[in-house]
Write a protein of this length. Structure first.
Length: 138
């Protein structure tokens, strides 16, 4: 009988982004509602434990969005995803969901979910691809 031990290494990295500009179209039930614009501050966490992939998510996100009508929205964001890595630890692809809840100062309320894919080596240099999954507007 033998006793063995193994060490599983895990690593969590945090990246801070400030004043990231964005524009976000809002559509519900197939009808374009408006376009929101603003800047975001957030922290992006990555956690690796298995070598060929990492989980990723946004934490501590603080941003507001302004519509073309002047309504200002506060935002609650949740973005779980997975990064896929090659054998050298380089990112090949990231995929996940981007969920936002937007509350406007004039009573508008949007809950929007997209799926996303990030391809860091995209030859067309688009990199980020989004697909609307669900949108609820009140």
């Amino acid at each position: 009988m033998g006793i063995g031990s193994t060490t599983i290494t895990a690593q969590t990295d945090a990246y801070k982004f400030q004043e990231v500009p964005f524009m976000m179209p809002v559509s519900c039930d197939g009808i374009h509602i408006e376009i929101l614009a603003g800047v975001a501050d957030f922290k992006w966490l990555t956690h690796s434990q298995h070598g060929l992939w990492k989980w990723v998510k946004v934490v501590d996100a603080h941003w507001t969005a302004t519509s073309i009508t002047g309504e200002v929205f506060t935002v609650n964001e949740h973005d779980p995803g997975i990064e896929f890595l090659d054998e050298n630890g380089n990112q090949i692809k990231e995929t996940g969901t981007w969920r936002v809840i937007l509350n406007g100062d004039r009573g508008s309320h949007y809950k929007i979910t997209w799926t996303y894919t990030f391809l860091p080596n995209d030859p067309d240099e688009i990199y980020w691809y989004f697909s609307l999954l669900d949108a609820k507007c009140h």
